[in-house]
Design a protein around this ligand. Structure first.
Ligand code: ZN
Length: 453
């Protein structure tokens, strides 16, 4: 091409605006934006490419862009987020003496289950890197149907402390710095998970605790590499110490007993986000006392019949026999009240399950309502606050202009009943409508939910 032809080509490209991007206009919809703002009726939401381009009352929305989606009688919320998972996809070998067995199909079925249940983001806070980081790479390359995956890879702890089996063990900051450098370089953690718990609670014996100065040094080191941290804690004292060691988030609420008023005020003043993780403890007695929950449609869709049967028989019997089950049943209402008080005071809770299951994440929302929170508060906890937890609230987690178009369109009002967050008409991740018929669900293939193209 000569100079004139080049200029003509450049001008044409500028006029066209580059490669065509998919666009959708959702009209006449009720928007619950995730920030805690009141629901807005008869709204229009325009999605262009992977972003939300416009959120405006329909009466002033102008000409629709791209494909029109009728939102009449429907409710639009941000994609749900679970900020504390341990992705399925590995198990110890039968004799427990060889290396763990990796099962990518199991991981990808669990991830598909999260999409089925309206979750567009999960945060894995401790796993085998060959499981969680493998799937993170596959998700980012667009090779699997999955929520966005943020992951720590290996967690970090003190030798002999909580979570030691899946951790990089650090006993001395200067001596072990090379291990930290390697973790950062090789695993590129999106967030670092540390544990700070000497146990000695419930049915657990006392173990070693990471010294607080070491916790502080490691947190500072990761922060100086631009990486946020989340710290496993279980009681008030260690939670407070973790906060003063610089923790960006806590991976659990206080479960060991009722929190003090001072701690409630501290959490409200610092606004340190914490993952709610009620369902991991409640799940044991629920299975013993109400195994029929496994017949709910989302469990049937996301688990195999054999797995549900095993839970109802073998696993249920083992839970029945464990004192841990009954200790957790006793403590769950206390933990719920701790969460309620901190949220009421202005603290920041983010939905986390400590599991690997979309249905469990919906159970977490039910338990938060049972704790005394309103569905509106719970939706904020399950969306915007998850983004706050990750330090990504500028980019995602709410139905606002400029944010990633991770959206759930619901057939029923989630403010009337939190379980209506399961009444999904359409799920969008990054501006693309999820085709449920392509999800590798453990319960078998299902139809695409949205009838349009
Ligand atoms: Zn955990």
């Amino acid at each position: 091409m000569n100079k004139t032809q080049w200029l003509t080509a450049a001008l044409l490209l500028a006029l066209i605006g580059g490669p065509a991007r998919a666009a959708y206009t959702i009209e006449h919809v009720t928007v619950i934006d995730g920030t805690g703002a009141a629901a807005k009726t008869d709204m229009t939401v325009v999605v262009e490419g992977d972003r939300i381009a416009k959120v405006t009352p329909t009466r002033v929305a102008g000409t629709p862009v791209g494909q029109v989606i009728d939102g009449r009688g429907k409710y639009l919320i941000p994609g749900l987020m679970d900020v504390h998972i341990h992705l399925a996809g590995w198990r110890w070998d039968a004799k427990h003496d060889g290396p763990p067995v990796i099962d990518h199909a199991a991981a990808e079925a669990a991830l598909a289950g999260y999409l089925y249940d309206g979750f567009t983001t999960v945060v894995d806070v401790g796993n085998l890197p060959e499981n969680s980081l493998y799937e993170r790479a596959r998700e980012r390359a667009g090779q699997i149907q999955s929520p966005r995956i943020f992951a720590t890879g290996n967690l970090i702890t003190y030798p002999g402390s909580h979570g030691d089996a899946m951790a990089v063990r650090i006993s001395d900051f200067e001596k072990d710095k090379a291990l930290l450098d390697r973790h950062i370089a090789e695993q590129q953690p999106d967030i670092l998970k540390l544990t700070y718990d000497e146990e000695g609670w419930g049915a657990r014996p006392m173990i070693t605790l990471m010294p607080q100065p070491l916790l502080h040094q490691i947190i500072q080191y990761y922060n100086e590499h631009g990486i946020r941290t989340t710290v496993h804690v279980s009681n008030e004292r260690r939670s407070e110490e973790a906060i003063y060691a610089g923790a960006d988030t806590l991976a659990h609420p206080v479960i060991q007993g009722p929190v003090s008023d001072n701690f409630v005020r501290l959490m409200a003043a610092k606004k340190i986000p914490f993952a709610t993780t009620l369902t991991i403890g409640e799940n044991y007695s629920r299975l013993v006392e109400h195994p029929e929950f496994l017949d709910q449609s989302d469990y049937v869709a996301t688990m195999s019949a054999a797995e549900r049967q095993d839970l109802k028989t073998t696993v249920r019997a083992s839970y029945q026999a464990r004192s841990w089950t009954w200790w957790m049943k006793l403590m769950t209402p206390i933990c719920e009240e701790n969460i309620r008080k901190i949220v009421a005071a202005g603290g920041v809770a983010a939905l986390g399950t400590d599991q690997s299951s979309g249905p469990a994440a919906h159970r977490e929302m039910e338990l938060l309502v049972q704790a005394g929170l309103t569905p509106a508060q719970v939706i904020r906890i399950a969306t915007h606050n998850g983004a706050v937890f990750l330090g990504k609230a500028d980019d995602m987690g709410s139905v606002e202009e400029g944010k990633l178009a991770d959206l759930v369109l619901l057939n029923a009002d989630p403010l009337a009943d939190i379980d209506n967050t399961k009444a999904i008409a359409l799920l969008m991740k990054g501006g693309t409508i999820v085709d449920e018929s392509k999800l590798p669900l453990a319960g078998g293939a299902i139809k695409k939910r949205y009838a349009g193209s």
